[in-house]
Design a protein around this ligand. Structure first.
Ligand code: HEC
Length: 199
């Protein structure tokens, strides 16, 4: 065997050995990340939220009316606002589902529990939730942009369109929580005791 042939023959053997080495060498054991516990007391960024900033987030409204802001709104103004700010997605009357491809329920329909599609009128147990939801989440493309008066007005319009309040009702913090939604009776308080209480 001359030198050249020996070199050519040894090549595949070398390659085989190399691949075996890679296959059988144990992967480097990963050490868990250790917390050095030498953290600084402050990281040097951020600042305490101001009372005003907290107030801007602290806007939840309860079914008993707690949290409802000052202001008032009526059906007529609500209708105009609805057409300006909501109809492009929810349809001119709110009877359609938002958009064609967007998820969501129709806003207006009859208030029978058995009826479809689900609407505020046949599915939502509290009028205050409607106020709370629209104030924080709608219009979908500009949430938080409605003034409290506007939310009261649109709430009035939608409750009237669902035949829950009369057209001349002016809604405010004193009467919105008193509006009884047709679906309220479908919800039962979970008052089970003894065991995990899931509310
Ligand atoms: C850009 C489109 C768009 C606009 C504009 C818009 N919405 Fe919506 N709306 C949606 C979508 C999408 C949903 C469903 C959201 C979800 O289920 O998470 C929705 C859901 C709702 C719901 C809940 C319906 C239900 O029964 O689940 C209400 C109420 C509502 N919108 C009111 C309004 C009001 C009032 C306005 C105008 C101030 C408005 N929306 C403007 C897209 C829009």
């Amino acid at each position: 065997m001359n030198k050249k042939t020996a070199l050519i023959l040894s090549c595949p053997v070398m390659l085989l050995l190399m691949s075996l080495k890679t296959a059988f060498t144990p992967m480097q054991v990963q050490r868990p990340l250790m917390d050095s516990l030498k953290r600084p007391a402050k990281f040097g960024f951020g600042r305490p939220a101001s009372a005003r900033e907290i107030a801007a987030w602290d806007i939840d409204v309860r079914p008993d009316g707690k949290g409802l802001p000052a202001g008032q709104g009526d059906v007529k103004r609500g209708r105009i606002l609805y057409v300006q700010k909501c109809a492009m997605c929810h349809g001119t009357d709110g009877t359609e589902k938002p958009g064609i491809k967007l998820l969501g329920n129709a806003l207006v329909g009859d208030t029978l529990a058995s009826s479809k599609p689900k609407t505020i009128g046949n599915y939502w147990p509290y009028a205050t939730t409607l106020f709370d939801y629209m104030r924080r989440a709608m219009p979908y493309n500009l949430p938080g942009s409605l003034s409290n008066e506007e939310v009261y007005s649109i709430t009035a319009y939608l409750l009237n369109a669902n035949k829950i309040i009369k057209a001349d009702v002016v809604l405010d913090a004193k009467n919105l929580y008193k509006v009884v939604m047709p679906a309220k009776k479908l919800f039962i308080m979970d008052d089970r005791k003894g065991g995990p209480e899931v509310k």
